[in-house]
Design a protein around this ligand. Structure first.
Ligand code: NAD
Length: 253
């Protein structure tokens, strides 16, 4: 059976987690946050983890950003919140993605095959949410959060940068990255991506033995980039410079 086709088909449907346009903090964020936290721990339990108190976690999250200027948040503002929800990742299970949100998560099978950041408690709760603070009461802005173009480090990007680094720093054994070799609008490996800026540099060369790079292609579209050309050689060099072994495969089984 040729597994290249299903993977490529999923890529056709690829869309990013944050494609929902929200102007301000997600309405009902507290209920969503606590509900997701409970559902993750009581129902999903994708792998053994220490339980956290969802109400306390919410308080920790809100205190990270509420009442603060949204463009002045630092990654340290989230340290307490992130530390409280952090747990170790089983060996050989960590998977990263860049431009391949849908196909990576379908392939990861909610932690059964691989564990993405969004399969951890922290990523599961925060995925797709928008939030930002304001100095005026009530401290949370439900009308309008600045975009990445408005300020370089928004409430969301400061969070995702730290969460991505922490996730990568927990990885052990073999790690996997899924990249899109067909997208005309973006390179398969971008130095501006969270993967390049936060995840690759946070991998421990002592703990991570190997990086499997998978390049996936959409059906009936040109192979714009493969392991041998485009931005993939630069990624392989960066992985090598970081002290890791790697393999690179186009459309693996
Ligand atoms: P990507 O380019 O597919 O981006 C992932 C998300 O971050 C998208 O919503 C994108 O719009 C946004 N984004 C990307 N670069 C940005 C930037 N410079 N400023 C503001 N927003 C930006 O892939 P990526 O950047 O490599 O990030 C994916 C990797 O990082 C994954 O491995 C994941 O572990 C982690 N991550 C997850 C999320 C999430 O929303 N779940 C967000 C950021 C990072």
């Amino acid at each position: 059976m040729d597994f290249n086709i299903p993977i490529a088909c999923l890529l056709c449907l690829s869309s990013l987690a944050s494609s929902v346009i929200t102007l301000g903090t997600t309405p009902g964020i507290q209920n969503i946050f606590i509900g997701r936290c409970l559902a993750y721990q009581e129902l999903l339990k994708p792998y053994p983890q220490t339980e956290v108190d969802c109400n306390l976690l919410w308080v920790k999250f809100v205190s990270s950003f509420a009442g603060k200027e949204p463009c002045e948040l630092k990654s340290e503002d989230y340290s307490g919140f992130i530390e409280m929800s952090l747990s170790s990742i089983p060996e050989d299970k960590a998977m990263f993605w860049s431009g391949t949100y849908r196909v990576a998560h379908d392939y990861a099978e909610s932690g059964n095959r691989f564990i993405t950041l969004e399969d951890t408690l922290l990523g599961y709760i925060m995925n797709g949410l928008t939030w930002c603070g304001q100095t005026a009461p009530p401290g949370v802005n439900y009308r309008n959060c600045p975009s990445y173009n408005d300020c370089p480090e928004t409430a969301s990007t400061a969070f995702w940068g730290t969460a991505s680094s922490q996730f990568a720093s927990q990885a052990k054994g073999t790690v996997t990255i899924l990249l899109d070799g067909s997208n005309p609008a973006r390179p398969a490996y971008s130095r501006d991506s969270y993967f390049a800026k936060f995840e690759l540099p946070s991998l421990s060369p002592d703990e991570v033995k190997m990086m499997n790079i998978y390049v996936v292609h959409a059906i009936n579209q040109p192979y714009r980039e493969t392991c041998e050309n485009g931005t993939l050689p630069a990624l392989q060099q960066a992985v090598k410079d970081h002290g890791l072994s790697y393999s690179c495969r186009d459309n693996p089984q």
